[in-house]
Design a protein around this ligand. Structure first.
Ligand SMILES: Cc1cc2nc3c(=O)[nH]c(=O)nc-3n(C[C@H](O)[C@H](O)[C@H](O)COP(=O)(O)OP(=O)(O)OC[C@H]3O[C@@H](n4cnc5c(N)ncnc54)[C@H](O)[C@@H]3O)c2cc1C
Length: 316
C-alpha cells in the first residue's frame, strides 16, 4: 500500500517500490509519533515491510539505488534528529508480529517475530508458566530492538535467553546465527553491520505460572518506584560505566532537574531525559553533552550514550 502526498513526478525508486507487494510506503513521514520520546523530524521514506520476501526485495532495491537505510523498532531507545532521516527508515510489521511456541517435557522454545512487543511476550510467557524473561517486564521495545540492544534489567539480559537469531543482511540475503556464533556484551549484540533482525528463537524453562507472575509483579513495583512516569522519554540515556551508575554520577554533578528548552534531566532518575512537551532533539543532545562534560570534569568518567542517535545532525 502507498500513502503519498503526491502521485506526480514519481522518482524511479518510488515506481519500483510500488511493484513490491507487502510494503507500506510513506514519504516525508514525521517520525516523532513512532518514538517513545515523541521527538524526531521526517524520514524521506518510511517503509513498513510485511514479509521476508518484501524485505529482501526492498533491500535489493535500496542497494541498487545506493540508498541508505536504518531500522526502527518501537523507537524506545532512539533520539531522532529534528531534521529527520535522509534515505529510508524501515520498520517491520505483518509476518514479523507472529509468535510460535514449542515445548518438550523440560524445555520451551519460542520463535518470535522482531516486531513483536517485548512486554506482550513477557506476559504471554508468564501466563503459560514459562520462566526466564521476567527481567524484561516493562521494557517497551520490540523483540528486534531488544535483541539488537541486548536489552536487560535486574541482573539479566536478552543474551541469556537467546538461542538463535534470524535476519537479513543489508543486500537482502537471509542470515541465521546460532547462540554460539554470537557475541553479546552490555547493551550490544555485535551483529554484523547492516543486519536486520527478523526473528529470535529463545529458550525458556517451565515453572509455576503463579511464581512467574509474582516475580513480574515485584519487578513492576521496583520499576514504578525508580523510573519517571508521565513524560515521554527513551529510558536510560547513558550506559552505566563499569562499577557505577550513570544516574548517580549525573545527580552528583548537580544536574538533576536541569532543563534546556522543553527537555529536562528527570527529577526522579538522572539517567532519564524527559520531554516536557514539544522538546527538540537538539536540546536533548545538548543536555547529554552537558551531562558528559560535567561528569568528566568532576569525576573523570566518560559517559557513553546508550540511546542511538538516528538521522541528520548537521546542516549538510
Ligand atoms: C520507559 C523506558 C524503560 C526502559 N527500560 C529499559 C530497561 O530496563 N533495559 C533496557 O535494556 N532498555 C530499556 N529501555 C530502552 C529500550 O526500551 C530498549 O533498548 C529496547 O530494547 C529498544 O527496542 P526498540 O524496538 O524500541 O528499538 P528502537 O529504539 O526502535 O531501536 C534501537 C536500536 O535498535 C535497532 N533496531 C531496532 N529494530 C531492529 C531490528 N529488527 N534489526 C536490527 N536493528 C534493529 C535500531 O536501528 C536502533 O539502533 C527503556 C526505554 C524506556 C522508554
Amino acid at each position: 500500500m502507498f500513502a503519498m502526498a503526491s502521485e506526480t513526478n514519481e522518482s524511479p525508486l518510488v515506481q519500483e517500490l510500488k511493484q513490491i507487494a507487502g510494503l507500506r510506503v510513506k514519504i516525508d513521514e514525521p517520525l516523532a509519533r513512532y518514538t517513545s520520546m515523541k521527538i524526531g523530524g521526517p524520514a524521506d521514506y518510511f517503509i513498513e515491510a510485511q514479509s521476508d520476501a518484501a524485505l529482501a526485495s526492498l533491500l535489493r532495491l535500496l542497494d541498487r539505488h545506493a540508498m541508505t537505510f536504518c531500522l526502527l523498532g518501537n523507537g524506545s531507545n532512539v533520539l531522532i534528529s529534528d531534521r529527520g532521516v535522509r534515505g529510508v527508515v524501515i520498520r517491520l510489521a505483518g509476518e514479523f508480529k507472529k509468535i510460535q511456541w514449542a515445548e518438550d517435557s523440560e524445555r520451551v522454545h519460542v520463535t518470535v517475530g522482531a516486531a513483536y512487543a517485548v512486554t506482550q511476550l513477557v506476559r504471554e510467557a508468564a501466563r503459560k508458566g514459562f520462566a526466564g524473561l521476567e527481567f524484561a517486564e516493562g521494557i517497551p521495545g520490540s523483540v528486534g530492538g531488544a535483541l539488537f540492544m541486548n536489552a536487560g534489567a535486574y541482573g539479566s539480559e536478552f543474551e541469556k535467553v537467546v538461542d538463535q537469531v534470524q535476519g537479513a543482511a543489508s543486500q537482502g540475503q537471509p542470515i541465521c546465527l546460532s547462540r554460539g556464533e554470537m557475541t553479546f556484551s552490555y547493551r550490544d549484540s555485535h551483529l554484523p553491520p547492516g543486519t536486520i533482525v527478523t526473528r529470535v528463537r529463545m529458550e525458556l524453562y517451565k515453572a509455576e505460572s503463579v511464581e512467574v507472575g509474582s516475580k513480574l509483579q515485584e519487578l513492576v513495583s521496583r520499576r514504578k518506584s525508580s523510573q519517571p512516569s508521565g513524560y515521554p522519554n527513551s529510558g536510560s540515556m547513558f550506559r552505566n560505566p563499569p562499577g557505577d551508575f550513570a544516574g548517580r554520577l549525573i545527580e552528583a554533578a548537580g544536574l538533576k532537574g536541569k532543563r534546556i528548552g522543553q527537555s529536562q534531566i528527570s527529577e526522579r532518575h538522572a539517567n532519564f531525559i524527559v520531554n516536557l512537551g514539544g522538546a527538540k532533539a537538539a536540546d536533548v543532545l545538548l543536555l547529554t553533552e552537558l551531562a558528559q562534560a560535567e561528569v568528566r570534569s568532576r569525576f573523570g568518567v566518560e559517559l557513553v550514550l546508550e540511546v542511538k542517535l538516528l538521522g541528520q545532525w548537521t546542516a549538510q
